[in-house]
Design a protein around this ligand. Structure first.
Ligand code: NAD
Length: 508
């Protein structure tokens, strides 16, 4: 990590509609394509987080009573503003995360779709009503907001994952404190400022930047009623256990190790191009990336390898900002420590006896020698006992596991600790149906490598990829950010007509 250029700016927090900067603790935000930093991020103290929580608490009563349609209109306006500022937001994502510009636009677009869905909240919040559940008695259920909710988000989708959370939370009448990743904090802060411009009252959404200290302040505040978390599994587990221990509703989405099964009858050319994007897109830094191919039969493995090697040779790796000649396919890893960690996994795979067919470790990008660039890597003969099979690498490292049958492929997947996403490539409908029916994974694709649900479905893995019950965004978000209240009502007329009843009311 280098500091050739002086750091000129510090990113603060957004509290009560104002930018607040507590500079007692800061850390640099690096441009991964250059290895340099001209930006610091303020790391909020406990007191700053408490100030944000108090602001959200103060904003709650009025926002809760704001008609749902008025709240939804803020979302409709925000959608337009996000589209107008798309180039600026995408450029921020690329500058701090490293992903190529097209991919940054794609991430933002998927985030905007969540804002669009949140603008339908009035329809989604309509309750249930039953007349005459007993003589002269009506009953209905309504979804009431929880109060102050919080979101803690990862580096890999700095704009999209926050948009999975707070738009629906506030559209449901809650107020929200967001703690974005300190590695690439700018886009989430800009989007929160656009929300103010769209008419969100100050305090309804506060943003605090920071690290463990800020997260712990959220976890321990009795005012925070619910926490949505997305990040790595050890932290997800910590957030879930601490949060629930403190009486909060928690959904904590964790890491992944997604397998793609390729059957002998698959369209191999299609599977190869799908795998290229799934394994190396965004430098493998996606929780729905596919770092493992499970080839059913040696012939499939050999054909996949031949296809992948040809395609890898054509890949362009370089800064995400470069757009000439169609732009680069893959940018750098997010930070120097992450680069070293991923390269360490490649070393480990070689030591463990997997066959490294394509080695991206020596890559140098001209003019960007200090960037965190790792070329695409491809391993054959990856075995279930190996660390590179078990652990999430989160880099451009694709491994091939050879198995003799679909049943063995499924056993491998079902035995893995993670269960985020998986997919099968086949032309056999029966095999696909058997796979989708029995696989122990939350999101499944058939000839679709990244089965990321659209905004009006919900997103979530199984096993150690998600702690909690409800998935992120979509219909589950309405359930997560509201609590059901069922009201049973009678208006007696003409005075008391019944004596005391001591048996449980029933209709018999
Ligand atoms: P991370 O767990 O390091 O950080 C996530 C958030 O937790 C950040 O805001 C960070 O500041 C905070 N945090 C980090 N350490 C903490 C600690 N000790 N105590 C309290 N808070 C802490 O994750 P990351 O590296 O930013 O993101 C990558 C991970 O996120 C990968 O494991 C990836 O699979 C996962 N992810 C999962 C999904 C999903 O939907 N399941 C989506 C995106 C990313």
């Amino acid at each position: 990590m280098q500091h050739d250029k002086p750091i000129t700016r510090t990113i603060g927090h957004l509290i009560d509609g104002q930018i607040v900067t507590d500079t007692a603790r800061t850390q640099p935000v690096f441009n991964p394509a250059t290895g340099q930093s001209s930006l610091n991020v303020a790391l909020a103290s406990k007191a700053t987080v408490e100030q944000a929580i108090a602001s959200s608490e103060k904003a709650f009563p009025a926002w809760r009573n704001t008609p749902p349609l008025k709240r939804a209109r803020v979302m409709s306006k925000l959608k337009v503003l996000l589209e107008e500022h798309a180039d600026k937001i995408a450029a921020m994502i690329t500058a701090e995360h490293g992903k190529v510009l097209n991919d940054a636009h794609g991430e933002l677009q998927r985030g905007i779709e969540n804002v669009e869905y949140a603008s339908y909240a009035p329809e989604l919040l309509k309750g249930e009503h039953s007349r005459n559940v007993g003589p002269g008695i009506d009953s209905w259920a309504e979804h009431q907001p929880l109060g102050v909710c919080a979101g803690i988000t990862p580096f890999n989708f700095p704009a999209m994952v926050p948009l999975w959370m707070w738009p629906m939370a506030v559209a449901c009448g809650n107020t929200f404190v967001l703690k974005p990743s300190e590695r690439d904090p700018s886009s989430a802060l800009l989007i929160a400022q656009l929300a103010l411009e769209a008419g969100l009252p100050p305090g309804v959404l506060n943003v605090v930047n920071g690290d463990k200290e800020a997260v712990d302040a959220l976890l321990h505040s009795p005012t925070v009623k619910a926490i949505s978390f997305v990040g790595s599994t050890p932290i997800a587990e910590y957030i879930y256990s601490e949060g629930t221990k403190n009486g909060k509703r928690v959904q904590a989405l964790g890491g992944a190790k997604n397998h793609a099964v390729v059957m002998p009858d698959a369209d191999i050319a299609n599977a190869v191009s799908a795998m290229m994007g799934a394994a190396y897109g965004s430098c493998g830094e996606r929780c729905m990336a596919v770092p493992l191919i499970v080839a059913v039969g040696d012939e499939v493995a050999d054909q996949m390898i031949a296809g992948l090697k040809t395609e890898i040779a054509k890949m362009k790796v370089g800064p995400g900002t470069q757009t000439d000649n169609g732009g680069n396919d893959m940018g750098p890893l997010v930070t120097q420590p992450h680069f070293e960690k991923v390269r360490g996994y490649v070393d480990q795979g070689v030591k463990e006896g997997a066959t490294l067919l394509v080695d991206g470790r020596g890559l140098k990008v001209k003019g960007h020698e200090d960037g965190y660039f790792l070329g695409p890597c491809l391993f054959d003969h990856v075995k279930p006992g190996m660390v590179i099979y078990q652990e999430e690498i989160f880099g451009p490292v694709l491994g091939i596991v050879r198995v003799p049958s679909l049943e063995e492929a499924m056993q491998l997947i079902n035995n893995h600790e993670y269960g985020n996403g998986t997919c099968i490539f086949t032309r056999d409908g029966e095999a696909a149906r058997h796979f989708t029916d029995h696989i122990q994974v939350g999101m499944v694709g058939v000839n679709v490598p990244l089965p990321v649900p659209v905004a009006y479905h919900s997103f979530g893995g199984w096993k150690r990829s998600l702690f909690g019950d409800l998935h992120a965004y979509g219909p589950d978000a309405v359930r997560f950010y509201t609590k059901r209240k069922t009201i049973t009502q009678r208006w007696p007329s003409g005075g008391v007509r019944e004596g005391a009843v001591f048996s449980f009311p029933s209709h018999h």
